[in-house]
Design a protein around this ligand. Structure first.
Ligand SMILES: [Mg+2]
Length: 110
């Protein structure tokens, strides 16, 4: 199934729209984002870092923590009426123009 950023924003909005509480305030959503970033950091540290899990800790998932981050980012965008697709396109345009010569290109002749 192909899912555009617009589809994602609509799906999250339909989900949140079922509840009287609605979206959290922007500041709360930023705190939620930091919480989820911490959870991602924890999983990455367990997998690639120097801090193994305790035997009593359940295995986690880097992929699911990235998914949590996407959900909260989408909530924040919806709460602020930001079109994520437009924002992403603007950011990619910046990388593709301003930063186009920043990194070493892979040579096609090798
Ligand atoms: Mg999480």
């Amino acid at each position: 199934m192909t899912l555009s950023l617009q589809d994602m924003q609509r799906r999250v909005d339909a989900y949140i729209g079922q509840f009287q509480e609605g979206y959290f305030q922007p500041m709360t959503l930023v705190v939620r984002l930091v919480e989820e970033l911490g959870e991602l950091a924890r999983e990455v540290n367990h997998e690639y870092g120097e801090k193994p899990k305790k035997p009593t800790e359940l295995p986690g998932s880097i992929a699911l923590e990235l998914g949590d981050l996407l959900f909260v980012i989408t909530c924040l965008a919806n709460r602020l009426n930001i079109d994520l697709e437009a924002a992403f396109n603007q950011v990619m345009h910046k990388f593709e123009t301003r930063d186009k010569d920043r990194w070493t290109r892979i040579s096609k002749e090798e």
